[in-house]
Design a protein around this ligand. Structure first.
Ligand code: ZN
Ligand code: ZN
Length: 326
């Protein structure tokens, strides 16, 4: 199915505008990655061996809630994360700081074992962290990636089309329709990405109350990975990175660091994915400047609508009766 239609873009845009008006950051609640913290830059112990995946640094120092003033201390290093990328254990649970990948400085693990397990996936996102800043990792556009993107696009688009149809792009209708209760929302809620693209660093505790959140984070990660993969041009990446830095963020969203977003798109925290999906339509207001096409804009606008209408949705939609038996 061809998803490059202007129609999708227009209907998504209309629905987004109807949903939020012109004020941008209306969604309330905390992003799941609000524990992003600042960097102390310490890099000590290294594991032996030549495999970059077997190297790690000790991420020392207690984790603090990210404070804007502290983020300024060292913007060069990606911020600390407090969850193991592989098993999601938190540093508080372990009673010790996580290990930081010594090469990219942007992946965190509870143990060497967990690091080794994750390497197969992390290697696409891991590249040397040079003194002058982040160097983009190379992400191949595989057939599998394209197929997965199209599948997710279709799920989101089907829901959005139905929602747009019911609301007709009118603010008063948008407020009345419960977007989470549409049967078309079920596949979003139940989204399971193929293992290759699955994001494991998801907060589990919110699943019952907010069943859409983890799906939306996964979609954001998949889209961002594809976005960066399809924009190898350093100029475009630079513009995108700079643009990210200019967008003011409300305090409840995890802060974004442009060079990190474009260099490690598949290794961000849940909060960073959430934030990026929030600001993506703004970033793409001048798409030609960052080399984005209409298809990509439509995709991100669709996701932004999803964030506004489904993020806080508490209802678990009923699965279609026929889908259970197979
Ligand atoms: Zn672990
Ligand atoms: Zn790494």
């Amino acid at each position: 199915m061809e998803l490059t239609s202007t129609q999708w873009l227009l209907s998504a845009l209309l629905t987004l505008l109807a949903a939020v008006g012109i004020s941008y950051f209306l969604r309330v609640g905390n992003g799941p990655g609000a524990t992003e913290s600042t960097v102390d830059g310490a890099a000590t112990s290294e594991a032996p061996g030549n495999d970059p995946g077997a190297h790690y640094d000790q991420a020392t120092g207690p984790l603090k809630n990210g404070l804007p003033a502290e983020v300024e201390v060292d913007r060069r290093l990606p911020p600390l994360q407090n969850q193991c990328l592989t098993c999601s254990k938190k540093s508080e649970e372990l009673g010790k700081p996580l290990l930081r990948c010594s090469q990219c400085k942007n992946a965190f693990y509870c143990s060497e074992l967990c690091q080794k397990k994750e390497w197969k996936r992390h290697k696409f996102n891991c590249s040397l962290f040079p003194a002058e800043g982040l160097k983009p990792a190379v992400i191949p556009i595989t057939k599998e990636l394209v197929t997965e993107i199209q599948r997710v696009d279709l799920i989101l688009k089907t829901w959005l089309d139905k929602f747009s149809e019911l609301t007709n792009g009118l603010k008063e209708h948008v407020d009345k329709v419960n977007a989470a209760d549409l049967p078309e929302a079920v596949p979003i809620c139940q989204l399971k990405l193929s293992p290759e693209f699955e994001y494991k660093n998801l907060p589990q505790q919110q699943l019952e109350r907010h069943p859409f959140r983890n799906s939306l984070i996964q979609i954001s990660r998949l889209y961002l990975t594809a976005l960066i993969a399809s924009h190898p041009n350093p100029e475009h990446r630079k513009l995108l990175s700079d643009k990210i830095g200019t967008i003011p963020l409300p305090p409840h969203l995890a802060p974004l660091y442009g060079p990190k977003i474009v260099s490690r798109p598949a290794d961000l925290s849940p909060g960073e994915y959430d934030t990026f999906a929030e600001i993506a339509p703004t970033v793409m207001m001048e798409p030609e400047k960052v080399g984005m096409d209409e298809n990509e804009r439509g995709r991100w606008i669709g996701l932004a609508v999803g964030l506004r209408k489904l993020w806080n949705a508490a209802l678990v939609p009923r699965p279609p009766a026929a889908a259970a038996s197979s």
